[in-house]
Design a protein around this ligand. Structure first.
Ligand SMILES: NC(=O)c1ccc[n+]([C@@H]2O[C@H](COP(=O)([O-])OP(=O)(O)OC[C@H]3O[C@@H](n4cnc5c(N)ncnc54)[C@H](O)[C@@H]3O)[C@@H](O)[C@H]2O)c1
Length: 254
């Protein structure tokens, strides 16, 4: 028996990285997964991987979640796919890095849209579906940059957007409780996906610059984040709401 048996889980950004890992773990725990991505090829591959592992998943792509109309349509399609929604895992994000004052107004707006608009849009449109079921769980993926500044790469938009996610999550928890909706944030530290591993290649100096703030002195693995998400989405976490849980190798502890 899985910890998410019978639950319908929307996961955004399932075209790769942690969204793919989340699809596999949530499906392993018995959830019916509805994923989406702006990248259809990666999304199809995730659906195939989940089904091959014996899980249940529907993929919808391409969807650009920075567009509120596409976000609304995706949520409606997701709710129709399995007859309702129980869990929203707001994983998708796109962002830009750059130092002050070179970070342009366009960089700023693209980062706020890619990191803060997306989870707001998806949650807003999913809210009535969750409430209709008598409750559910919204998990917003933030970042350790919500809590501390980051030296490398420079990340003013990323810090601001993710601090916004934490504020939004607390408010969603307060407003959600009367409807049975729990809202939580997870704040990962540096996580190495197959794609970022490839991009970093043998640049050990860049790898060390990224991981030096972690107590564990290493990158996290996608599974180390999404196993927590699966627990938080389950009824086992029924007394946890409004919280932000760091998964960052201790980076914010010192
Ligand atoms: N990887 C890290 O080190 C790290 C650290 C802290 C926080 N995070 C957060 O974790 C989450 C997942 O990170 P990841 O490393 O797996 O990222 P990723 O870039 O590998 O995956 C994000 C997915 O979202 C999709 N996406 C982007 N913009 C979209 C849009 N407008 N509409 C629909 N889909 C869109 C991408 O195509 C991609 O498949 C993100 O919210 C990210 O900010 C990651």
């Amino acid at each position: 028996m899985g910890t998410l048996d019978g639950k319908v889980a929307v996961i955004t950004g399932t075209g790769g990285g942690m969204g793919r890992a989340a699809s596999l773990v949530f499906a392993r725990e018995g959830a019916k997964v509805v994923g989406c991505d702006i990248n259809p090829a990666g999304n199809d591959e995730t659906v195939e991987l989940v089904r091959r592992a014996g899980g249940e998943m529907t993929g919808i792509a391409p969807v650009d979640l920075t567009d509120p109309e596409q976000a609304r349509q995706f949520v409606e399609d997701a709710a129709a796919a399995f007859g309702g929604l129980d869990v929203v895992y707001n994983n998708a994000a796109s962002l830009r890095f750059g130092p002050m004052p070179d970070f342009s107004v366009e960089d700023w707006r693209a980062t706020i849209a890619g990191e803060l608009d997306i989870p707001f849009f998806v949650s807003k449109f999913a809210w009535p579906h969750l409430a209709r079921r008598g409750g559910g769980v919204i998990i917003n993926v933030a970042s350790m940059a919500a809590m501390i500044a980051g030296e490398f790469p420079p990340m003013v938009g990323h810090c601001a957007a993710n601090a916004g996610i934490l504020g939004m999550t607390r408010q969603m928890a307060l407003e959600g409780a009367p409807h049975g909706i729990r809202a939580l944030a997870i704040s990962p530290g540096p996580v190495l996906s197959p794609a970022s591993d490839r991009d970093l290649g043998d640049d050990q100096a860049a790898r060390d610059a990224i991981t030096k703030k972690t107590i564990l002195r290493r990158f996290g693995r996608p599974e180390e984040v999404v196993e927590l998400a699966a627990f938080l989405a389950s009824n086992r976490a029924s007394y946890i709401t409004g919280a932000n849980i760091p998964v960052e190798g201790g980076a914010t502890a010192w």
